[in-house]
Design a protein around this ligand. Structure first.
Ligand code: DQA
Length: 146
């Protein structure tokens, strides 16, 4: 039997503060809540998730490379503020053969103009945004079908 697919779920800066961070924009679920729901959903589909958060850009680059090294099926990536600034993260997405699905709780296109540019989108297979914590679940479903 084939190994259980592993989906990396990578979260960028300030997402560790979900629950109390601008709840009117990001909702009241904590990152642990999101991880728990996603874990249940992945298990039900016969997959597993590796859920991580860092406030440091280079960690996200290292983890994207690691996703390839360990043969992850897909990556869900909420690069948070680095979405709009990071050429290094875009380069990492393009350097690996693992499909990356971009996730956002809010819809950056309905917010400030500086959030309308996404470097992550230039390398991602699809974008799931504006559905709060559910954006992650929609992205997981897409990743499992990919
Ligand atoms: C975010 C949107 C980004 O613009 C912002 O910098 C974040 C969170 C989201 O999930 O809605 O930190 O990625």
């Amino acid at each position: 039997m084939a190994d259980k697919p592993i989906i990396f779920v990578l979260n960028g800066p300030n997402l560790n503060l979900l629950g109390t961070r601008e709840p009117e924009i990001y909702g009241t679920d904590t990152l642990d809540d999101i991880a728990g729901h996603l874990d249940d959903r992945a298990r039900a589909a016969g997959a597993s998730i590796d859920f991580r958060q860092s406030n440091h850009e280079g960690h996200l680059v290292d983890w994207l490379q690691e996703a390839q090294a360990v043969g992850a099926r897909a990556v869900l990536l909420n690069a948070a503020g680095y979405t709009h600034t990071s050429v290094a993260i875009l380069d990492a997405i393009k350097a690996i053969n693992v499909p990356v699905f971009e996730v956002h709780l809010s819809d950056p296109h309905k917010r400030e103009a500086f959030r309308h540019l996404s470097y992550v989108s230039m390398g991602a297979k699809a974008v799931f945004a504006g559905h709060g914590a559910k954006s992650y679940e929609l992205a997981l479903d897409a990743a499992l079908q990919f």
